[in-house]
Design a protein around this ligand. Structure first.
Ligand code: GAR
Length: 198
């Protein structure tokens, strides 16, 4: 079997997508291994899960760094320490410096709970409800310096049902996120999906 891609995951909170990736990578036939989890929040629940799963973890607060660039340079050093080949953002709620994003372009993925390019930014599920769409979903995409933008790797859709509120729609989308992210990482790690600028 070819070498598995070395993947680091960046989180800020719950980490349920991180869990989905760690679980998928437990299969020795999965083409990627999770070599580290970084959080910018000390109390991110996902950090505790990763530690218990035996995955190396790191935490740094941006408040301890003089600039966005300095913080991002520290993240870069941590990723280098894990010999990271690919980065998966999984609910990492911090904007990168342009230099960091450019440096990792083609090697960094994100998941967002909308059918991009619709509903970028915060509360995309509520944005979908407010817009009255009948179909919502999630997108795994290559990260480029622009927020919630970059070429799509794959999307999964869910219906918006009568009576949905933000919580019910978010839960339906999240269940699809947990399938979409491992599927997208598989495509990237095997070379079936490659980065091409839009
Ligand atoms: C997920 O729904 C993810 O798509 C979203 O944050 C949540 C994190 O949940 N990301 C974004 O909105 C990025 N713009 P998790 O910590 O349980 O994976």
């Amino acid at each position: 079997m070819p070498e598995r891609k070395r993947v680091a995951i960046l989180i800020s909170g719950r980490g349920s997508n991180m869990v989905a990736l760690i679980e998928a990578a437990r299969d020795p036939n999965f083409p990627a291994e999770i070599v580290g989890v970084f959080s910018n929040k000390a109390d991110a629940p996902g950090l505790a899960f990763a530690r218990e799963a035996g995955v190396p973890t790191a935490f740094r607060s941006h408040k301890d760094f003089a600039s966005r660039e300095a913080f991002d340079a520290e993240i870069c050093a941590i990723l280098a320490g894990w010999n990271t080949e690919l980065v998966c953002l999984a609910g990492f709620m911090r904007i990168f410096s342009t230099g960091f994003a450019a440096n990792w372009t083609g090697r960094m993925l994100n998941i967002h709970p909308s059918l991009l390019p619709a509903f970028k930014g915060l509360k995309p599920q509520q944005q979908a409800l407010d817009a009255g769409v009948t179909e919502a979903g999630c997108t795994v995409h290559w990260v480029i310096p622009e927020l919630d933008d970059g070429p799509t790797i794959l999307q999964r859709t869910v219906p918006v049902l009568a009576g949905d509120d933000e919580a019910s729609l978010s839960a339906r989308i999240l269940a699809e996120e947990h399938k979409a992210y491992p599927e997208a990482l598989r495509l990237v790690a095997t070379g079936a999906a490659v980065y091409r600028a839009d």
